[in-house]
Design a protein around this ligand. Structure first.
Ligand code: ATP
Ligand code: MG
Length: 405
């Protein structure tokens, strides 16, 4: 008997509580699910008020479910088998299914629900009938009403009978995009990809902004930032990657500003540029990976001096986390190994030996007068390179590369 899953029933997360936004949340989630499942064209998605249904149409359920666990806005989901609405067929399927999953020690329970009231048996009668049918083929099995190991749900709907016994935890959060768009300042480090992930979890659609200073920073450092971005794409399907030329800014700062202020003024320039890019790209906020107290740039005094260049809200998802907590998440989302590869980014290379941990704002403004800030910003923005990053892009590139060998 064919016991392959035919459908996956998805339960919404928090979005159910969001009153009148509900419709747009559900539509967005359906879009995101379709994006995440783009590699499986046979799967169809239908979202209704209370649940979303994915019809597998012959697609293997395993890789589909793997991708589903990364889509934000899903509380949990249950794969199910749809069979004909015929009592004998249902009995035979329940028996076969229990024989397949029972390993000799589990307790079980049947939870039947008759949504189609024309069906020959009521929910209670079905529980009885199907329970006895299980005892017939597995005489040793024990029934247990409270917290059974196997809870086999049987739902009789208009278009068939649905059997399910597994519930898989979803990623929670809100559907990406429902909170608007933000610019993620993405370095090659551990913190900013985690910050991007956490912002996406709360529904923010991100675009990655990366500052590169060739030839001081290498092609590998740039590739690393793109690879980190790719690690964030399974949650959304695709992410725009914006490379910002930053060489001139760093050279000019080094030439005209005393060492103690390099870092503060460099960060202010990054923030000014990110904010203008945000405006061009219709973003609402900026997201970064700052974490309190890790390095000189991350004291509260530094934050004040850097933040002074904009009134745009800056979301700092990891600001109060300990390094180990951030690393835990980085490992979960598989960005850690990449992040610790030693390709220096622009900040490491131009890092002064003793940056000010308490920069003085008047001095900052005084030194900045020596720089052609508007000119440098205009030249940098003229050289932006925007590319779209999608899941599996690199493995694809590697495959092409292998072809050449
Ligand atoms: P990360 O691990 O994300 O590099 P960090 O702990 O090394 O963070 P900093 O180097 O002080 O901290 O950077 C603070 C934040 O500034 C980063 O998290 C990132 O958001 C932003 N940032 C730093 N360098 C770059 C860069 N080259 N391009 C884009 N954003 C950057
Ligand atoms: Mg860094």
């Amino acid at each position: 008997m064919n016991l392959d899953y035919t459908e996956i029933m998805v339960r919404y997360g928090e979005l159910s509580t969001k009153g009148k936004n509900r419709r747009s949340f559900i539509m967005r989630l359906a879009e995101n699910v379709k994006g995440a499942l783009a590699a499986f064209p046979a799967v169809t998605v239908k979202g209704d008020r209370d649940r979303m249904h994915l019809y597998l149409n012959g697609t293997d359920s395993k890789p589909v479910m793997e991708r589903l666990t990364k889509v934000f806005g899903i509380q949990n989901f249950s794969p199910s088998i749809r069979v004909e609405k015929d009592l004998d067929v249902i009995i035979a399927t329940v028996q076969a299914l229990m024989q397949k999953i029972y390993t000799g020690s589990e307790t079980f329970k049947i939870t039947a629900k008759r949504s189609d009231h024309e069906f020959v048996q009521t929910s209670d009668e079905l529980n009885q009938t199907l329970g006895s049918a299980v005892f017939q083929v597995l005489p040793g099995i024990k029934a247990q009403m409270k917290r059974p190991d196997i809870n086999l749900r049987v739902e009789i709907r208009q278009n068939g009978a649905y059997l399910s016994y597994e519930t898989i935890q979803g990623a929670g959060g809100l559907p990406v995009g429902t909170s608007g768009r933000g610019m993620l300042m993405l370095s090659g480090g551990i913190d900013s990809p985690v910050a991007g992930y956490l912002a996406m979890k709360r529904g923010v659609e991100i675009e990655a902004v990366h500052f590169a200073s060739p030839p001081y920073t290498s092609e590998q450092a740039l590739q690393k930032a793109k690879d980190l971005t790719e690690k964030l794409t399974p949650y959304v399907g695709k992410i725009q990657f914006i490379e910002v030329p930053f060489t001139e800014v760093q050279e000019e700062i080094k030439k005209h500003v005393p060492q103690g202020y390099w870092m503060t003024i460099t960060r202010r320039m990054m923030l000014r540029l990110t904010d203008l890019i945000r405006e061009m790209r219709r973003g609402l906020v900026i997201i970064n990976g700052e974490s309190l107290g890790q390095v000189a740039s991350q004291t509260l005094q530094s934050m004040v001096a850097i933040n002074e260049v904009t009134a745009t809200p800056i979301i700092r998802p990891v600001v109060t986390m300990d390094k180990l907590e951030i690393i835990d998440i980085a490992q979960d989302i598989d960005t850690f190994e990449l992040a610790i590869q030693p390709f220096e980014d622009c900040c490491t290379i131009f890092a002064p030996p003793q940056p000010k941990t308490r920069p003085n704002l008047e001095k900052v403004q005084y030194y900045e007068e020596r720089l052609d800030i508007d000119g440098m910003i205009a030249r940098s923005l003229a050289g932006l390179k925007i590319s779209e990053i999608t899941p599996g892009q690199n493995s694809q590139q590697e495959a092409e590369f292998a072809d050449l060998l």
